[in-house]
Structure formats: structure tokens, C-alpha cells
Design a protein around this ligand. Structure first.
Ligand code: HEM
Length: 205
């Protein structure tokens, strides 16, 4: 009996430790894991530990600046042109974005503790924005196009986090829920507020 309890405890501890690797030690089970296991949003294509470790090997195409999106609020679009130092780096980044795009379309929730990522998942699954990714040699071009002002605010805030914390510092420990709450409270999100609040209540963990 005691042995069974010990084995269960050990198994739980190992699982917990595995899940904590890769996304800043949060209790998130959806980000980089030692075994690339975690839940169904964290397979071998997420490449999060690789991107975190190699964040400084990406720049804005044509300059040495940290990658940053070009935003167009009128068109509700954001566009990135990112240069990696190697083809492998470009491939890993494109694979990450395609992987996450697919997970969101499958109604999965990467980083489910964070309201900004939950809101983005909601917007993607409900077709309020689309993502396209193209890789050519060491370059990656990403376009995200929203069809509502609320969705645009969400993808815009997400891109700021990716540029500043992820690419800039390799820091994937921050929680962007307060930013998401501000967007959700804005008039841009009047039409979807109740639905998004319910979604967050049901999904956040
Ligand atoms: C906490 C770990 C991470 C999670 C959960 C995560 C998740 C995601 C998700 C859900 C998307 C949106 C896909 C879409 O909208 O179709 C995305 C996009 C992206 N990620 Fe990550 N990611 C993480 C870490 C990183 C890191 C460390 C980098 C680079 C250093 C990175 C670079 C990007 C880029 C460039 C995009 C596309 C641009 C954008 O969505 O604004 N991510 N990621």
C-alpha cells in the first residue's frame, strides 16, 4: 500500500517537474517540456525551449534590431519579416508558428493560465483572425489578419509580448492576463465580451 502511494507520488512529481520546464516555471502544461510531451498542445513541433534558448539569433529582416511586427490598425493586420542566423533557426520558428496555429484551430489552449493566450485561442477558433507563415532559406514572413477590432487588439498585444519578452529577452515567464482584461473591457470587445468571459472561466487552468 505504502509502496503504491510512493510510486504514485513519484510519478506525479516527475510529471510536474517535466511540465515546468520550458515556459518559465509556471504551472502551465502546454509549453516547452523536457520530453516534449505535456498535453496535446505541446508536441515536438512547438520548439519552445529551442526558441527561448536561441531568441538572440533572430532579427528584423535587413537590420540587427529585435524582430518587431509592422502593425496596421486600419487593415487589422500585423506582419513580421524575421531573419534567422541559420536555416535551422528559420525552420524551427516557422514550425512553431504553424504548430500553434494548428493547435488553436483544433480548439486547444496553449498557456491556459494566461488570459491573453486564451483570448487569442478563442479568436482563432472562432475565425476572427487568420495566420499565414512562409519560410524561405533563413527568412520567415508571418501575416496575421483580423476581421474585428477586438481580435486585432488581441493579436497586437500578443505580438508585443513575442517581440519584447520572447525575442528581446528570451523571457517566457510573464503573465499577460491584465493586458487581456483591459482589451476585453474596451468597447471594441462589446459584442464578444460575455462569450469570451465564459470561455475564459471554462478554460483557464
Ligand atoms: C510560453 C511559450 C510560448 C507559447 C505558449 C507560444 C505560443 C504561440 C501561439 C499560440 C502563437 C500564435 C499562433 C497563431 O496566432 O496562429 C505563437 C506565435 C508566435 N510565436 Fe510563440 N509561443 C511561445 C514562445 C515563443 C518564443 C520563445 C518565441 C521566439 C523567441 C516565439 C515566437 C513566435 C512568433 C514569431 C509567432 C508569430 C507571430 C505572432 O503570433 O505574433 N514564441 N506562439
Amino acid at each position: 500500500m505504502r509502496q503504491t502511494t510512493f510510486i504514485k507520488t513519484l510519478g506525479f512529481s516527475l510529471l510536474t517537474a517535466t511540465l515546468l520546464v520550458g515556459c518559465g516555471g509556471s504551472s502551465d502544461s502546454t509549453t516547452g517540456t523536457g520530453t516534449e510531451g505535456g498535453d496535446n498542445t505541446e508536441g515536438s513541433g512547438s520548439n519552445i525551449p529551442y526558441l527561448r534558448d536561441n531568441h538572440a539569433n533572430y532579427s528584423e529582416h535587413g537590420s540587427a534590431q529585435i524582430p518587431a511586427p509592422t502593425k496596421d490598425a486600419n487593415a487589422k493586420s500585423i506582419n513580421w519579416t524575421i531573419a534567422a542566423t541559420t536555416e535551422e533557426g528559420a525552420f524551427k520558428l516557422a514550425e512553431h508558428i504553424n504548430y500553434m496555429d494548428a493547435k488553436l484551430q483544433e480548439d486547444e489552449n496553449p498557456r491556459a493560465f494566461d488570459k491573453l493566450f486564451l483570448m487569442e485561442a478563442y479568436m482563432k477558433f472562432n475565425r476572427y483572425y487568420t495566420t499565414s507563415v512562409e519560410q524561405s532559406s533563413t527568412n520567415v514572413v508571418v501575416s496575421k489578419n483580423a476581421n474585428t477590432a477586438c481580435a486585432y487588439e488581441v493579436i497586437s498585444a500578443h505580438s508585443d509580448a513575442v517581440s519584447g519578452d520572447f525575442f528581446g529577452r528570451g523571457d517566457i515567464t510573464q503573465n499577460y492576463s491584465v493586458i487581456a482584461e483591459g482589451i476585453l473591457a474596451s468597447s471594441a470587445c462589446n459584442d464578444v465580451r460575455t462569450s469570451v468571459e465564459t470561455y475564459i472561466l471554462e478554460r483557464q487552468k
